[in-house]
Design a protein around this ligand. Structure first.
Ligand code: NI
Length: 253
């Protein structure tokens, strides 16, 4: 399996990071993309990619940091993106969930990082929370089809899914599809074209059932994959093969 979105640089993995990552291959996880959420975690993602053959990195600034960005941050992300194991700009996007966000700052941060992605010819990994219409507008406006995009942790409607597919994008699904109260994610799991779907954990967050609420890791992705395979009426092996291939195509690995 390929974990297309993980945060192993997070301090939640401080005590056992190397032991855990060293056990991935024997537990069926063959490829992991570690995603940055600011310049520092982007650097840590690259360090992990340098240490492990099967880890690649994304570099980018998450919208939650939009209120304290300087020009230097943009220069840094652009520089880091040139590393040979960096496969995308991310995670970037809009998040209107928590108090204190500034829409204009987030939009500027999002747009400028898409422009960097165009300049360095990398796809983008997009985070969207409570900001669907604005995210779609910017993706369209910035011509995302040119470099390619992945909407991670997708939880939009089937109508939104269609718009995203029409833009040539991919989606990734994680532990939420296994949650009892999940509605839109299982629908997306059924309706997304099989050649546009990736698996993810977003670990340490969003562990699938039966580990909901615990620290997540890529080995638990088996439960997510099995749930999606059931929803689609295909075998685990078929889903695994397709999602592995999609991840490699999207990230150009
Ligand atoms: Ni994430």
């Amino acid at each position: 399996m390929t974990d297309s979105h993980a945060h192993y640089d997070d301090k939640a993995f401080e005590s056992d990071r190397d032991a855990l990552l060293s056990s991935m291959n024997e537990n069926g996880v063959s490829l992991i993309i570690n995603v940055g959420d600011n310049a520092e975690s982007s650097k840590r993602s690259i360090a992990l990619a340098e240490k492990y053959d099967f880890i690649y990195a994304c570099v980018g600034i998450h919208p939650e940091h939009a209120n304290d960005i300087t020009d230097r941050d943009y220069d840094e992300i652009k520089e880091l993106s040139k590393h040979e194991k960096v496969v995308a700009i991310g995670e970037i996007g809009l998040d209107y969930h928590y108090d204190g966000y500034n829409k204009d700052n987030q939009k500027e941060l999002f747009r400028r990082q898409i422009k960097i992605a165009h300049e360095v010819n990398l796809p983008v990994v997009v985070h969207e929370r409570d900001a669907c219409a604005d995210v779609l507008e910017i993706l369209k406006d910035e011509d995302i089809g040119k470099t390619g995009g992945l909407l991670h942790c997708f939880s939009g409607s089937v109508e939104t899914l269609k718009i995203v597919m029409d833009m040539g994008m991919y989606i990734s699904l994680g532990g939420i599809v296994t949650f009892k109260n999940a509605k839109t994610a299982p629908e997306a799991a059924k309706h997304v074209p099989i050649d546009r779907l990736l698996l993810e954990t977003d670990c340490p967050y969003l562990a699938p059932a039966p580990f909901r609420g615990k620290r997540n890791n890529s080995i638990y992705m088996y439960y997510t994959a099995e749930k999606i395979a059931n929803l689609r009426g295909i075998s685990f092996e078929e889903l695994e093969a397709a999602t592995d291939e999609n991840a490699k195509r999207f990230y150009r690995i």
